[in-house]
Design a protein around this ligand. Structure first.
Ligand code: SAH
Ligand code: SF4
Length: 389
């Protein structure tokens, strides 16, 4: 059943991928570049060294505050310089191959990157201060959590920082939120809960956060950016020190035997080490709590005893608990717990002092919910490419 209200192919005029998978070499886009990279781009078009920073700052404002898509809109940039910019660069965003809007207002974007790989970003209204964008950090995921659809995707690579930033720009374009307003904006929060394990791509995630949180541009503050990890303990301290991001942990089990199965990275970093890394997370306080995500799997991890174990395990850690009803996908080996079971589990969590722990599933009708993200098109395109070769 597809209850999606609006299915459309965006950008119908965008050039198709040439047969054989090669792309004509288009000029590079400035979208997603850091301040240092924009400055280097200025030097490349012959801006003298002493002016490069000032020019890059000007450009920054046009790109990330006004969101312009055309160099001609940059009215305080000299005509000659606009012409050189135009010749050498573009302001193109990656192509949106499909855009879906759910009956609940959730918007899902399937984004085609320059090499033809695809990732998803999902805008969820009513989450965070006004609305959160769930972004991807990798194409696919190398980890194989048994309840997650993304983990079954074969093609995997890290996203560049620019590709991460571009997801935010695409959502802003679609929500018509340029120039960046500080009042009344719909996109106020970012969650790294899309495809991929962000702590396996931390350098690019951190670089992207520098761009997204910059107050002269997109201006989403670091305390409104949450990074979710399956438990890459070795990178957690660096995440805190380098980015000041809010942390979310995909916990899903309260004992190692079960977590080894559900979240196999647990075999490398078992619960005790994970919990210690949480206690040590830089900046942790009652105002900056860690979110613990717990997917509700029927007959697997949803007993009252486990609810009690969960509460006990988190005692002493400033924490929020998020119970996520399992979102099914084709041939998934699990089912979602019954509603009464979830409520009874939540009741135990609630009595321990954690408010509103159940996360309402969003965008289920468009397969935009947690763990449903998987770009089927990757496979289709690969076979198309083979046919074309
Ligand atoms: N790789 C990171 C971030 C992306 S997953 C991580 O695992 O934390 C975002 C959240 O969705 C994680 O908590 C993940 O465990 C959860 N999730 C994955 N598949 C799900 C499914 N089918 N139903 C509900 N939640 C799921
Ligand atoms: Fe990867 Fe997260 Fe899915 Fe596990 S839950 S397979 S870490 S995306």
């Amino acid at each position: 059943m597809n209850r999606a209200l609006d299915i459309e192919k965006a950008n119908p005029n965008a050039p198709a991928m040439p047969a054989g998978g090669e792309r004509e070499s288009a000029p590079p886009s400035l979208i997603g570049l850091t301040r240092a990279e924009l400055r280097a781009a200025m030097l490349e078009i012959g801006v003298p060294e002493r002016q490069a920073k000032m020019r890059a700052d000007q450009l920054w404002r046009w790109v990330y505050h006004f969101g312009v898509m055309d160099f001609s809109a940059m009215t305080n940039v000299a005509k000659a310089m606009r012409a050189s910019l135009e010749e050498r660069f573009t302001l193109a965003r990656p192509e949106i191959s499909t855009r879906l809007i759910s009956t609940d207002g959730t918007r899902k974007y399937l984004i085609r990157l320059a090499d033809g790989a695809e990732v998803e970003a999902v805008f969820i209204p009513g989450v965070g201060r006004a609305g959160a964008l769930c972004v991807s950090s990798q194409v696919g995921c190398t980890l194989n959590c048994t309840f997650c659809h993304t983990g079954t995707q074969r093609l995997v690579r890290n996203l560049t920082a620019a590709e991460i930033v571009a997801q935010v720009m695409i959502a802003r374009d679609d929500l018509e939120e340029w120039p960046t307003s500080n009042e009344d904006r719909q996109l106020t929060n970012i969650v790294f809960m899309g495809m991929g394990e962000p702590l396996y791509n931390l350098d690019n995630v951190a670089k992207a956060m520098d761009v997204i949180s910059d107050g002269e541009g997109i201006s989403i503050s670091r305390r409104r950016i949450t990074v979710s990890t399956s438990g890459v303990v070795s990178e957690m301290a660096r995440l805190g020190y380098d980015t000041s991001a809010m942390l979310a942990i995909s916990l899903h089990a309260t004992n190692d035997a079960l977590r080894d199965v559900l979240v196999p990275i647990n075999r490398k970093w078992p619960l005790e080490e994970l919990m210690q890394a949480c206690r040590d997370y830089p900046g942790l306080s009652n105002a900056r709590r860690i979110t613990f995500e717990y997917v509700m799997l029927k007959g697997v991890n949803d007993s009252i005893a486990e609810a009690k174990a969960l509460v006990k395990m988190l005692s002493g850690i400033p924490a929020k608990i998020n119970l996520i009803p399992f979102n099914p996908w084709p041939d998934a080996p699990y089912e979602c717990s019954d509603w009464e079971t979830i409520e009874r589990f939540a009741e135990v969590v609630n009595r321990a002092g954690y408010a509103s722990p159940i996360r309402t599933p969003r965008g289920r009708d468009i397969f935009a919910a947690c763990g449903q993200l998987k770009s089927e098109s990757v496979k289709v395109r690969a076979s198309e490419r083979r046919a074309g070769a």
